[in-house]
Design a binder for this molecule. Sequence first.
Ligand SMILES: C[S@@+](CC[C@H](N)C(=O)[O-])C[C@H]1O[C@@H](n2cnc3c(N)ncnc32)[C@H](O)[C@@H]1O
Length: 256
Amino acid sequence: MIWEVWQYLTTPSSKLARQMGFLYESIAMSARAKRCHSAWQPHYQNCQLAIEQAVSTCRSRRKVLVFGAGTLQDIPLGLLSETFDQVLLVDLVISRNALKLLKSYPNIEYIEADVSESLHLLQAGILKVETPKAWLDDEAIDLVVSLNLITQLPLLPVRWLKRKFQISDSQADQLGQGLIKAHLDYLQRFNACVCLIADRVDREFNRQAEKTDEFDPWWGINPPQTSQTWQWEVVSLAESGTAKRCQVNEVGVSYW
Ligand SMILES: C[S@@+](CC[C@H](N)C(=O)[O-])C[C@H]1O[C@@H](n2cnc3c(N)ncnc32)[C@H](O)[C@@H]1O
C-alpha cells in the first residue's frame, strides 16, 4: 500500500490522467503485475512473441509505434530497439521505473498522449468520439502495435461519465462502441503493418472451475479475425478477495 501511495505521489502525469483515474489504474495494474508475476509471464511472453512475428513480416523497419505501452513488460524492447531506427511508445501514464528502463535505449521515446483524442471532451461531459489522426501523416511508420489497449479505452471514461454526469446505460454502450470502433478504424488507416493484441472474451470461474459469467469486452463491435489466442488469468482466486471468482481473458492477435 505504501508503495502504491508513493507511486501516486511521485509519478509524473497529467491532471486529466489523475482526475479520470488513469494514474490510479496504472499503479494498481503495476502492483498486480508484481503480485502475479509468474502467472502473468506466459501472457507477457505471448505478447512479445506476437510482436516479434509482426516485426518479421515488415519489409522496412524505420519507425514502430506502440499504443498502450503501460508497464512495458509485454514489449520486446531490445528487439524493437535493435531492429527499428526509432521506437515510439504511447500511453497516458508511464511509471518512473519504466522511464528509467527506457534510458538505456537511446532510440526509444515515450510519448504521453490520449490515443482516442476524445478524453478532453469526455472529461467535460461532452459525449463525442473524435476521429484520431495523430501519426497518420508519418510515412516512416512501418509497424503499428495496439497492445492490450482497445478494450480498455471505454472503461474509465464510462465510469467517469456515469459518476459525474449520470449518463444512461444506453449512452454508455454507444460511447463504448464508438471508442472501440474509432480505434479500429484508426489502425486501419495507417499505411503500415498492424499488430492488434486484445482480449476477445472475458470469463469468470468459481472455486470449482465452473464458468459463472462471460462478457464481451468489445461492447458488441466485431473484432478482426485472430491468428492466435491464449488464456490469461488476469484475476486469480486469491486476488479476487471475498468474491472468490477468477477472471480469465482470452487474448487474441490480429495482423494485417
Ligand atoms: C491493460 S493496460 C495494458 C498496458 C500494457 N500493454 C501492459 O500490459 O502493461 C492498458 C493501458 O492503456 C492505457 N490507456 C487507456 N486509455 C488510454 C488512452 N485513451 N490513451 C492512451 N493510453 C490509454 C492505460 O494507461 C494502460 O497503460
